[in-house]
Design a protein around this ligand. Structure first.
Ligand code: DX5
Ligand code: ZN
Length: 228
């Protein structure tokens, strides 16, 4: 299933609840929440209390992207705050398998993210513990960056790996996604689409609808191909 996950990094923090509802009304099912620690990435974003407050404001599925060193330390706290899926960076974990196990043990889905420079096959040992692979299309840390072109090829590689495994793993793409390139990342194999600046800069309802339309069209195309 194709899912849009608006990234609130580019939203107006003083109007978060209101802006999130606009994306929900326009068809988004996930909410992408970027947590940055100023160590794994240069910038800082927001922390647990924002997740906690948003949990009271919406029933959207919370897709939390941890850009944090040694994220196992925070797994329990994010579960309590209301995260539904916790994505950690392979490069940031001291013990990747133990971190993914801890996320599952706390009742959440697992995501495993890769920076643009990390080889896709590094995911292989962890596929049976991973519900979603996150292929970064920019260097993590900031919204509004330009999509790195070889990401499309990396998504294809990740899709092949998933197909080979036979496991029902989602593939998420994050960074620089907009109305112009969203179709090509989906055709390469991504089915969870993060978009920040292309949704929150400008008319949020219209921007969300534009992306949702492509997601729905691609979903129909795929089901026709599967029937053949
Ligand atoms: C970058 C974050 C992204 C970012 C996406 O480190 O992980 O989620 O907010 O924003 P855009 O869509 O503007 O690249
Ligand atoms: Zn993100």
């Amino acid at each position: 299933m194709n899912i849009l996950s608006p990234s609130i990094l580019s939203a107006d923090c003083a109007r978060l609840g209101e802006q999130i509802h606009l994306t929900e009304e326009a068809g988004a099912k996930y909410l992408h929440i970027d947590i940055m620690d100023g160590a794994f990435v240069p910038s800082l974003s927001y922390g647990l209390c924002v997740v906690e407050s948003l949990r009271k404001a919406t029933n959207l599925f919370f897709d939390v992207h941890l850009m944090v060193v040694n994220p196992i330390r925070y797994v329990e706290h994010f579960a309590e705050a209301g995260a539904d899926l916790l994505t950690v960076h392979l490069e940031a974990c001291e013990d990747v398998a133990a971190t993914l196990d801890a996320i599952h043990a706390n009742g959440m889905k697992t995501g495993l993210a890769l920076k643009p420079q990390t080889a896709i096959n590094e995911l292989e040992p962890y596929l049976d513990k991973t519900d979603m692979i996150l292929v970064m299309a920019v260097n993590p840390g900031f919204g509004g960056q330009k999509y790195i072109e070889n990401t499309t090829e990396r998504i294809r590689e990740a899709r092949l790996l998933v197909e080979k495994s036979g496991l029902p793993i989602d593939i998420e793409v994050d960074g620089g996604i907009n109305g112009k390139n969203v179709r090509s990342v989906m055709e390469a194999g991504a089915n969870v689409i993060v978009s920040g600046s292309a949704i929150f800069n400008g008319d949020i309802t219209e921007n969300t609808r534009t992306l949702m339309k492509v997601l729905e069209e691609e979903e129909i195309l795929l089901s026709k191909q599967e029937k053949k």
